[in-house]
Design a protein around this ligand. Structure first.
Ligand code: 2B7
Length: 648
């Protein structure tokens, strides 16, 4: 039997929990990487995702239809949802309000969601306290029961007063608003939020949660920018979006079903190309490494198409069965799984491990897809005949390879000729700069660190890989030199462990042409060297746009926003004597300049290319290749993402 604690015991317990709270948030500040991975720009944006995840959970629970993300002047982000509003009562255990507990106790999530959420993408609310710990200040407002509740935290999560009612609202208004200012002493690299990064993920979240309306507003400049992402068709519209510039076969096929609280949705469409783009998600998280949901659907796709091909005589008795690669040629597919208890495995924890999902996904897909083929015989015939053609081409290519093995295109050692290699043979410290044009290539060769930095200049037009099968792509000079340089091989022979450089750095000008070339390269990497992108080995160099000089100081500046900030921070005594130089293209920099601004490890800014970037490039690719100049230019400018200050 436990007896009531004495007053002194209660006070001691309170102090203990108080100390634990401070230690908890202090631990986050000491080792932010442990909680958000990195304190780079990526970590900065991670803060937004942690907060947005809580709104998404509320949407998945069925109580929130609108989420608004606003970038305010001064590096402030505010997120607002129209959910039930965080509970405003007291938390018996901590002796504080539930809201203060959510924002100050690490691992406080989950316990407050009225038993927790059935499906959650994030860490069940642990994120709110992490964001608070890493913020200079944070404010929360809750609209609930006709009241507006408010609390503010400062300097890494310390409450400034208790949760308080600061006003009243209409009883129909409910929801949560969280506004925060990331701590610049933690995010030393940058505290500037990037529209494109936020847009990319918010749009994806809107596709993955049909009906949910997500708005993004940028109030940093006078002409306020706003966009709303809202897709009643969900992932069906996602496939339409990814395929909008392709020659598609039939409409997007959409299948859905559930078992034991596990929901599976699949959307797919074939096009006349040769590549396949399959993206799978679990609880809105991109499962880059796939997993049981993806395995189940792929298995079913191969099985059903083979069955249909035999039954209709497209495949004869003597013919070999179609392989997975055959049935995925020209396929774009999104698989979304919602699971109450997902197990994430793999190197990057992006592989779904729950074994029961494989059969559920496979059954749901089989039923729906078989029925689709029966009900749409014309489209079905085109699709299955295309798969059979892929199989024939594969078998023909295999025979050709076997006879001409000796004369393999990749044996040509002379392709190494273009490569200026580095001295080190340790891939983990080696970098290769892929540079467009001979003049930039020349500067890069002279300005590099010859121990660890290799340079491969590219000339000429990189092959339109969409229109070509692998065998033709292998004949392209530029591609051959890259394959040889990377050392991984390609296609069936691909071996990531043989990669000779752990940083592949695309170095192009910060203009439209540079963006074009980068899109081509990203598409190429994504289609033929996918594990290189997935493994995070690909980077884009970010050459600075300006150089500001005052007194003995030189500051390199990436964009116009930062230029204004740098100028504002110049001490008064230099105010009339500073200079701003605008850099021209890479080709016009001398080797020293190129080294000091873009290549040297101390000064350069690299952007790691994500799978999402490559997806975007892939979707942009076909339009990029068309001859229609105007929409093409618009599209490049819109989608080049990290290209700043385009000279359009
Ligand atoms: C795990 C914790 C963090 N929470 C709730 C309820 C609603 C709710 C939240 C939220 C971010 C920015 C605007 C549940 C969940 C706490 O418990 S968090 N809405 N929105 C949010 O954080 N948005 C809730 C059950 C009954 N009533 C309310």
């Amino acid at each position: 039997m436990s007896k009531e604690p004495t007053l002194q015991e209660q006070i001691d317990a309170y102090d203990d929990s108080e100390i634990q709270v401070l230690e908890g948030l202090e631990a986050v500040r000491k080792r932010p990487g442990m909680y958000i991975g990195t304190t780079s720009s990526r970590g900065l944006h991670h803060l937004v995702w942690e907060i947005v995840d809580n709104s998404i959970d509320e949407a998945l629970a069925g109580f929130c239809t609108d989420i608004q993300v606003t970038i305010e002047p001064g590096n402030v982000v505010s997120v607002r949802d129209n959910g039930r509003g965080m509970p405003t009562g007291m938390n018996a255990k901590s002796g504080k309000s539930t809201i203060e507990t959510i924002f100050t106790v690490l691992h406080a999530g989950g316990k407050f969601g009225g038993g927790g959420y059935k499906v959650s993408g994030g860490l069940h609310g642990v994120g709110a306290s992490v964001v608070n710990a890493l913020s200079d200040w944070l404010e929360v407002k809750v609209y609930r029961d006709s009241h507006i509740y408010f609390q503010r935290f400062e300097h890494g999560g310390k409450p400034v007063g208790d949760l308080a009612v600061i006003g009243s609202c209409d009883e129909n208004i409910h929801g949560t608003e969280v506004k925060f200012n990331p701590d610049p002493t933690i995010f030393k690299e940058t505290t500037t939020f990037d529209w494109d990064t936020l847009e990319e993920r918010l749009r994806q979240l809107a596709f993955l949660n049909k009906g949910l309306r997500i708005s993004l507003i940028d109030e940093r400049t006078e002409n306020i920018r706003r966009a709303t992402y809202h897709y009643e068709g969900g992932i069906k519209e996602y496939v339409e979006y990814l395929n909008k510039n392709k020659n598609n076969i039939g409409d997007v096929i959409y299948l859905e079903g559930s078992e034991d609280d596990i929901v599976i949705e699949v959307a797919l469409q074939y096009n006349d190309g040769y590549n396949s783009s399959i993206y799978s998600f679990t609880n809105n998280i991109h499962t880059v490494e796939g997993g049981t949901h993806e395995d189940g659907v792929k298995l079913a796709l191969t099985r059903i198409i083979n069955k249909y091909a035999r039954n209709t005589g497209i495949l004869k008795d003597k013919d070999e069965p179609l392989t997975g690669d055959d049935v995925r040629e020209g396929l774009t597919m999104i698989i979304s799984c919602k699971h109450p208890d997902p197990q994430f495995e793999g190197q990057t924890k992006t592989k779904l491990g729950n074994f029961e999902v494989k059969k559920i996904a496979s059954d749901i897909f089989s039923q729906g897809f078989e029925r689709y083929l029966m009900e749409n015989p014309k489209t079905a015939k085109v699709i299955v005949e295309k798969c059979a053609l892929a199989s024939q081409a594969r078998l023909a290519a295999k025979r050709a390879r076997e006879t001409t093995r000796r004369k393999s295109a990749l044996d040509g050692i002379n392709f190494m000729g273009k490569l200026t290699d580095c001295k080190s043979k340790d891939p983990s410290e080696c970098e290769i700069f892929i540079v467009e044009g001979d003049s930039a290539g020349g500067s890069a060769k002279s300005g590099r660190d010859f121990n660890t930095q290799a340079v491969l200049p590219l000339r000429g037009k990189i092959l339109n890989v969409e229109k070509a099968r692998l065998d033709r792509a292998l004949n392209n000079e530029e591609i051959k030199s890259m394959i040889t340089a990377f050392g991984t091989g390609i296609g069936d022979d691909f071996d990531i462990s043989k990669l000779r450089y752990h940083k592949i750095i695309i170095m192009t000008d910060a203009d439209v042409d540079g963006a074009h070339i980068r899109t081509l390269l990203l598409t190429l990497f994504y289609r033929y060297f996918k594990p290189v992108v997935e493994g995070g080995y690909v980077y884009a160099a970010q050459p600075p746009l300006y150089k500001v000089t005052y007194g003995k100081k030189t500051v390199l500046v990436q964009n116009d926003d930062d230029l204004e900030k740098v100028k504002a921070n110049i001490p008064d005594k230099y105010k009339s004597s500073f200079t701003v130089n605008r850099f021209k293209g890479l080709g016009e920099m001398d080797p020293i300049e190129l080294r000091d601004t873009t290549m040297s490890k101390e000064h350069r800014v690299l952007r790691r290319i994500t799978v999402e970037d490559a997806m975007q490039a892939d979707a942009a690719f076909d339009l990029l290749m068309s001859d229609n100049v105007e929409p093409r230019r618009d599209f490049i400018v819109e989608n080049a993402g990290y290209v700043q200050n385009l000279d359009v």
